[in-house]
Ligand binder design. Sequence first.
Ligand code: ADP
Ligand code: MG
Length: 246
Amino acid sequence: MAPLRPVIEMTNVTKYFGEFKALDDVTLSVDRGERVVICGPSGSGKSTLIRCLNRLEAHDSGRIVVDGIELGDETANIRAVRQDVGMVFQQFNLFPHLTVLDNLMLGPMRVRGMDRAAAEALARQYLDRVHIPEQADKLPSRLSGGQQQRVAIARALCMEPAIMLFDEPTSALDPEMIREVLDVMAELAQTGMTMICVTHEMGFARKVADRMVFMAAGKIVEIAPPARFFTAPASRRARAFLDQIL
Ligand code: ADP
Ligand code: MG
């Protein structure tokens, strides 16, 4: 069997905002097809870590290699990595004046240079995947929050990324809509997509994660399989965190 080459390698990564150290010597490698869930208290650096992976934030020291491409100031590398990495945020960031279908077709046409017919076929395929094909011609504002977030996931998938990053994708949703988004994410995990998800949805984490990463104060404090993390976390900080949220 071919060895699993890490598709993401962060080595001794540090990131400052002014004097404040938001990432402190973070080392993490993720294999192709692996599902990693990141949790930890607010302000612990989870979003910063995720954002460094497609250079929405620039790290100050250490190395980040994504799918064999090193992230630095090189714009060609940044562009290549961004084509390879899909991202879904807490806020959906859909274009309000475009229909759902047009939101999905924009990236494939503008960035991937697909013609209209091919982009539409692709967009419809991914709308099916997130179970809302009937919403294609509506404006985002006519959809529920859960549906809008599924559109945002479909939009990222239309770029056919190798890696999907999720930053608290359900934390802006009404409780009754969380499930439909997590179900779509779990289905995506089953396709073998490499995923890094920041979420506090621990039911999802138990079911989907290969590894849990626990962060506190800019550091990775603990990395463990979910079975161990949830029953016997090694660190006192992870225990205290789990006591609060479970
Ligand atoms: P988390 O996602 O775990 O809640 P973040 O990665 O968003 O944490 O933030 C980590 C720390 O870095 C926080 O203290 C936050 O206030 C700070 N921070 C994040 N982004 C910025 C920024 N653009 N400028 C200044 N400080 C920031
Ligand atoms: Mg965050």
